[in-house]
Design a protein around this ligand. Structure first.
Ligand code: NAD
Length: 479
């Protein structure tokens, strides 16, 4: 490489077994990013002209290739610290999503033509061009494919900048697409900035934290590039006084907070219980935690909670728990410990009680294996406390009466409300997901998630000026 400094590598260490190197990728510099965008732009000219059905077939073939990738779930578990079964589930879900897009996109993105007494109007879905996708580490495969799938289906090409904390599996998955349609550049904030601010990028899709989201939004605004922002959440759970606390429901509630060691944007991050049932709910919660929380190496069968992603994350989360205890909170450690905790970035799961809503562990996204259990006295109060704060990603309401739950659900400031579940178990490919308030804007999944990657452009012949039309004043508005 003439002139420039040697490129550095990102070396990924297994967060469950420190010192074990899982793999490495090369950091892209500005010239690499530029090359990737320009290649993607050149590919897009032909890609956008392919019939929608043929583009859909490319997605189906990629889905099959993802399903057949050898060793992908193990690699994902080793680089991210997520339990193996969760990693296999993410890969399956990602392939299913590509097939869903392939099935729905041709109709959803087709031209819509009206020809009537008012004139002839064609609405076409025009691709943006090159889409930049900047993604986080916690579900690196599905969060990339949620952008790549609909973007390709709509006739765009994509440059993906994965998180440096889990770049390996997603890179292998993206190689399942024909060369050129999807480019991958690696690195941290600098590579992300170079990509998002590139003048030939015409759409940005970002999933990650608020701080990076703000920087990306600002960089994109400078270039007048539209941005989809999927940011963090501080999801409330409201258990109504008739909630059915079966073992199965309680297991689901506990895992809603502790899956992926709590590092999920839509994890259940605050649990509000009616004061009249608080003791009963606490006991049922602790019993469920005893059944479902098994802390251990992600590759060991039966592990449900792995390590957190980094030493910084572990320290931050332990600090939150210690801070709650200092404020007079009650901390109950949860689950069975199987791993030698010193071997990796393990944080013992904890339930925290007797803390106020303004305690940091309640007021902000913890993004770790902790959950506060809080008492409320009436539903108006529960709704107000659930909606306090700037974030509005997910929420859930639990009740034996589904109509009552759906009525309460409308009170949440949330982009997605789950009923009698929360987190992954409540997702559906057809249900649009995204935030309100400072949790971001734009939607993924569903037809709404497809429409994010095309701009509706109109072609219009007013009736008055068509052959046989009567004409109207040159400066008049149509009637
Ligand atoms: P992060 O914001 O640190 O990083 C996300 C990505 O942005 C990475 O690829 C990173 O390298 C890049 N980046 C960071 N700063 C940048 C900058 N200035 N310019 C361009 N790129 C930049 O997030 P993370 O730690 O990987 O993920 C955790 C966060 O993501 C949590 O807040 C979580 O709630 C959120 N999240 C949201 C969703 C959702 O769908 N809403 C899903 C998963 C995670």
């Amino acid at each position: 490489m003439p002139g420039g400094p040697p490129r550095s590598d990102i070396v990924r260490e297994n967060p469950a077994r420190l010192g074990e190197i899982v793999g490495r990728v090369q950091v892209a510099d500005e010239a690499d990013v530029d090359r990737a965008v320009r290649d993607a732009e050149a590919e897009q000219r032909a890609w956008r002209r392919q019939p929608a059905g043929e583009r859909a077939d490319v997605l189906r073939a990629a889905a099959d290739a993802v399903d057949a990738l050898p060793g992908a779930a193990v690699l994902l578990a080793r680089e991210s610290g997520k339990p193996l079964a969760d990693c296999a589930g993410e890969l399956r879900f990602a392939a299913a999503y590509l097939r869903w897009v392939a099935e729905r996109a041709p109709a959803a993105l087709a031209d819509r033509e009206t020809d009537d007494a008012a004139g002839r109007l064609v609405l076409r879905h025009r691709p943006y061009g090159v889409v930049a996708a900047v993604t986080p580490w916690n579900a690196p495969v599905i969060l990339a494919l949620l952008k790549v799938g609909p973007a390709l289906a709509a006739g765009n090409t994509v440059v993906v900048k994965p998180s440096p904390l889990a770049p390996l599996t997603v890179t292998r998955v993206l190689a399942a697409f024909p060369p050129g349609l999807v480019q991958v550049v690696h690195g941290g904030a600098a590579a992300g900035r170079a990509l998002v601010g590139h003048p030939r990028v015409h759409r940005v899709a970002f999933t990650g934290g608020s701080e990076a989201g703000r920087a990306i939004g600002a960089a994109a605004a400078e270039a007048i590039t539209p941005v989809l922002l999927e940011l963090g959440g501080n999801d409330p759970v409201v258990l109504l006084d008739d909630a059915d606390l079966t073992d199965e429901a309680m297991d689901r509630l506990v895992m809603a907070s502790f899956a992926t060691a709590g590092q999920v944007c839509m994890a259940a991050k605050r649990v509000y219980a009616p004061r009249s049932r608080l003791a009963e709910i606490r006991d049922a919660y602790l019993a469920a935690a005893g059944r479902v929380l098994v802390l251990g190496d992600p590759l060991d069968e039966g592990t449900t909670v792995g390590p957190v992603i980094s030493a910084d994350a572990a320290e931050r989360i332990r600090g939150l728990v210690a801070g709650s205890a200092e404020r007079g909170g009650t901390v109950v450690e949860l689950g069975e410990v199987r791993a030698e905790m010193e071997r990796g970035h393990f944080v013992r799961p904890a339930l925290v009680m007797d803390v106020a809503d303004d305690a940091p562990i309640v007021a902000a996204e913890q993004f770790g294996p902790v959950a506060p259990l809080l008492a409320y006295d009436d539903e108006d109060e529960a709704a107000a406390r659930a909606n306090a704060g700037d974030l509005g990603l997910g929420a859930s309401v639990w009740s034996a009466d589904e109509d009552r739950a759906f009525a309460f659900a409308r009170r949440f400031d949330a982009g997605f409300t789950f009923v009698n579940t929360h987190n992954r178990t409540g997702m559906a490919l057809r249900a649009p997901f995204g935030g309100v308030k400072r949790s971001g804007h734009g939607r993924e999944y569903g037809v709404e998630g497809l429409l994010e990657y095309a701009q509706v452009c109109a072609i219009h012949a007013p009736a008055a000026f068509r052959a046989g039309g009567g004409g109207m004043g040159a400066n008049a508005y149509p009637g």
